[in-house]
Every structure is written in C-alpha cells, then in structure tokens.
Design a protein around this ligand. Structure first.
Ligand code: BTN
Length: 238
C-alpha cells in the first residue's frame, strides 16, 4: 500500500533524489510530492521541466525488491496513470515502456530507479503528470496536459489522491490481469520499428517486459536493458 505517509515540498531538487537520499529513513509506500522541482529528472539523464501547476511525485517501495519486480511496478504505475486519466475522460495510451501519451503527445513520464549497492534495497518510482501547463515551448508538438485536453484547470492534490486509491487497488489485482490491461493500453503493439537497421513489427510484449519483434517469420526479443528505447523511437518517429 502506498500513500499512508505523504510528504509535500514547495520546492525540491527532485522528488526521486529526495527519496534516494533518505531511503533508509522513509517507510514503505511513502510518497513525496513537490509543487516544483529545480532539477527534475527524466529517463536517460534528461531533465524534466517542472514548473508550477503540474504533478510531481515519487514513492518508495521496500517490499518488492527483486529485479523481476521492476516490470510489474512499471505495469502497476503506468496502468494506474491511464486509469486516473480515464476518470477525467481522457483515453491515453502507454508508449513502451512507461510514457503515457494522448493523441501522440506525452502527458506523463515515469522514472523508476533502484536503491542499494549489491542488491536492490528499495525501488523509487517517480511520476510527472502534466496537469495545468498549457505552453510547452519547443515541445508544444510533443507534450500535452490535462488542462489542454479538457480545457479546465485541475487540483493536483485531488489527482494524487485518485492515483493512490487506484494504485492500491491495482496492487491487490492479479499480476496477470494487470499485464492484460498494460497490453490493452499499449501504444506500441502492432507498430513498425527499425532495430539494428532491420524493419520489424512489434507483435507483443512478453511477461518479462521484452518486446517481441517479427521480421518475415523471424522472432527477435529485445529487453528494456538491451537497447536505448529513446533511439528506437526517435528512428520511428521521425
Ligand atoms: C521521463 O519521461 O523521462 C520520466 C520523467 C519522470 C519525471 C518525474 S517528476 C517526479 C519525479 N522526480 C523526478 O526528478 N523525476 C520524476
């Protein structure tokens, strides 16, 4: 269960950083939110612009700390975000592994990290949802927000409460059912990609989180760690 403890900051460098630095002291399921982040981080060492009005939060998991748990945490988190948005009338899709898109534009990003040296001691899940931002400057063609879609402003505290409620229900839902939902919400299954200069059809995502690729009857699997997905998508998006 997450959200029993909720720590709120006006400003922090990054909610993921805060949890990683204080992991020993924070209990399982603690959520840290911030009105704004000075150095919000995205995947692949990119930054995550974090102006006021959006939702920035991270939570720590101390019960699911095997490497294999990471994919199911990713599934629970991304499906929960899609369901939160559904409640607001927004039907979004999950771009593998864990970007949430609406109308081909990103509305939410998720950054999952681990703490611990030789073994995983905790998992930190960071979520950034574009709520009330309407101008994304250079990223206007690539990003959107709840306000842009629904044409009205939203209270970020209410959205995080909805997330907590849905995530906690999903945690009690069978892994198999969550996986089915993850695939149902997937944006990538059925799409063409180029990988190592070969054109493939993404036919499936398997239970380990690997993408299953097809090329003239040959099946290739690629794992989250084998490739830079950003490159993969850049190639296909351009
Ligand atoms: C991505 O799409 O690259 C992931 C973006 C994750 C952003 C969130 S905002 C809250 C948490 N704190 C961070 O520094 N990053 C995550």
């Amino acid at each position: 269960m997450i959200g029993k403890n909720l720590i709120t900051f006006g400003e922090v460098d990054s909610t993921n950083n805060y949890i990683k630095l204080n992991a020993d002291k924070l209990s399982h399921g603690t959520i840290v939110t911030a009105v704004r982040q000075k150095h919000g981080r995205g995947r692949g060492k990119r930054s995550w612009e974090s102006e006021d009005g959006n939702l920035y939060f991270s939570f720590i998991l101390k019960n699911r700390i095997r490497y294999e748990d990471i994919f199911s945490v990713l599934i629970n988190t991304s499906v929960s975000v899609v369901q939160v948005l559904q409640r607001l009338g927004i039907h979004s899709k999950i771009k593998y592994p864990n970007d949430i898109l609406f109308d081909f534009k990103k509305i939410c990003g998720i950054l999952i990290e681990t703490c611990g040296n030789n073994k995983i001691e905790s998992i930190v899940v960071g979520v950034g949802i574009n709520v009330n931002q309407v101008d994304f400057a250079a990223l206007n063609q690539k990003a959107t927000s709840i306000k842009q879609i629904n044409n009205s402003s939203y209270n970020v505290d209410e959205i995080i409460q909805t997330f907590i409620e849905i995530y906690n229900i999903n945690e009690l839902t069978a892994t198999e059912d969550m996986f089915t939902l993850y695939k149902e919400f997937s944006y990538v299954i059925g799409k063409q990609i180029r990988y190592n200069n070969v054109a493939y059809l993404i036919s499936d995502i398997d239970k380990n989180g690997d993408l299953v690729l097809l090329n003239e009857g040959d099946v290739t699997r690629i794992s989250l760690n084998e490739i830079s997905l950003e490159e993969l998508y850049n190639e296909t998006n351009n």
